[in-house]
Design a protein around this ligand. Structure first.
Ligand code: PMP
Ligand code: GLU
Length: 399
């Protein structure tokens, strides 16, 4: 910097400590490369490549045309809160009612506001690796400390329940659960959920249950919500869901949380001061989807399942090992045999630069031997991705 430039004023220590979302940053790099004319296959971002359902689009147009574009209550429209509670009851057997629900700008927003409402400096929150990278940062932002617990060592990415129990200490205030999992595609079994609930009750903890991929389960897997375990668990659980994945509505920015009324009140109060109310137009679009359960959703899930099988078979042919995904839309192969001294970060960088294939290194998720491949791409692009990955690995020394 030239010496006559004034030193910029310092930002806060809290802001200086935050890392940007690696998944969004990688997706932006891939998009910028594509904008320069490169034929990039973007498997970096977890974003469905489908249109939002017609019900959402029609409701959004109708909202604008009829002037429903003003503020709503800070916790969201009562009609949408009721629709979310009904949908959860129908699909997951949870006991929540409208007053247990707060509508947020996204699931990310719901998660971060839940953490702000529940934990702070001196507290610890258990994260269950492999874990979506935003959880660490969101916990750190509250002043609490994230503590990662490794999965079973057999490569399945199944939870190590004994290790979770052993990790609970005097400062532990809560656990963050994500099933189906981003990044592994692992779906927790009913028995695993039951044991986790026992740990939570025994140690008097909160459980933040991120169920944003709850409808995206395949291969006979069933999504089980811990909030359906018992009334006691419903009171301890902060169930988070949203419109981004199941309704392919990422840009609408809609999510919600369901919890005990004193928690939903705290979150609505935080929201009322920090962000006001959620977007009215998006709320009506989301409500239409929750009430109608659009036919497009079943088609999308069936298409994801076909892609899951295609990518699974392709990775098998390449000799890549990894957890068998049964939910969400990610494959998470172990690529460590092809590492140089830069590990997964270097491999993902080389893959992007030499083959224009964008992936996310497992370091972002606390699983440094893996890369994450989002299969929210057409079958043609997935086939192309597998060809590029095969060519890349074929030219790289294997240890
Ligand atoms: N949770 C998980 C596990 C996710 O993968 C995502 C992806 N964006 C989110 C929450 C947040 O979704 P959104 O903010 O788009 O609602
Ligand atoms: N959850 C998506 C992902 O993991 C979107 C990116 C983000 O919100 O950080 O790719």
């Amino acid at each position: 910097m030239p010496s006559d430039m004034p030193t910029p004023l310092q930002i806060s220590a809290r802001a200086a400590a935050i890392s940007p979302s690696a998944t969004l940053a990688l997706a932006a790099t891939a998009k910028a490369m594509a904008a320069e004319g490169l034929d990039v296959v973007n498997m970096a971002v977890g974003e469905p490549d489908f249109d939002a359902p017609a019900a959402a689009r029609n409701a959004a147009h109708a909202a604008i045309d009829s002037g429903k574009v003003k503020y709503t209550p800070a916790g969201g429209l009562m009609s949408l809160r009721a629709a979310a509670a009904d949908c959860l009851k129908r699909e997951r057997g949870t006991p929540y009612a409208a007053e247990n629900v707060v509508i947020c700008h996204s699931a990310k927003h719901a998660l971060s506001h839940a953490l702000l409402a529940l934990v702070g400096p001196g507290d610890e929150v258990l994260l269950l690796a492999p874990v979506w990278g935003s959880y660490d940062e969101q916990v750190l932002f509250t002043g609490a400390r994230p503590v990662q617990v490794a999965p079973l060592p057999d490569g399945s990415c199944a939870p190590d329940l004994a290790a979770i129990r052993a990790a609970v200490g005097p400062k532990t205030r809560g656990i963050m659960l994500n099933t189906p999992s981003n990044p592994s595609g692992y779906v927790w079994t009913e028995e695993e959920i039951r044991t986790l609930c026992e740990i939570v009750i025994e140690h008097d903890l909160w459980l933040i249950s991120d169920e944003i991929y709850g409808r995206l389960v395949f291969d006979g897997a069933r999504h089980v919500s811990p909030a359906a375990h018992s009334q006691e668990m419903a009171d301890r659980t902060i169930l988070v869901d949203g419109a981004s994945k199941v309704f392919a509505m990422t840009g609408y920015r809609m999510g919600f949380l369901a919890a005990a009324p004193h928690v939903t009140k705290a979150v609505a109060d935080i929201q009322s001061q920090i962000s006001g109310c959620p977007n009215y137009i998006s709320q009506l679009a989301y409500q239409a989807c929750l009430e109608e359960d659009p036919a497009e959703v079943a088609d999308m899930i069936a298409e994801f399942d076909r892609r899951r099988l295609l990518i699974g078979a392709g990775l098998d042919r390449l000799g890549l090992k990894g957890p068998k995904p049964r939910g969400a839309f990610y494959a998470f192969p172990d690529v460590s045999p092809w590492f140089d001294d830069r590990g997964a970060d270097g491999l993902a960088k080389d893959l992007l630069e030499s083959k224009a294939l964008a992936t996310v290194p497992g370091t972002v998720f606390g699983a440094p031997n893996h890369i994450r491949l989002s299969y929210a791409l057409s079958e043609e692009r997935l086939t192309e991705a597998l060809t590029r990955l095969g060519d890349f690995l074929g030219t790289r020394p294997r240890t």
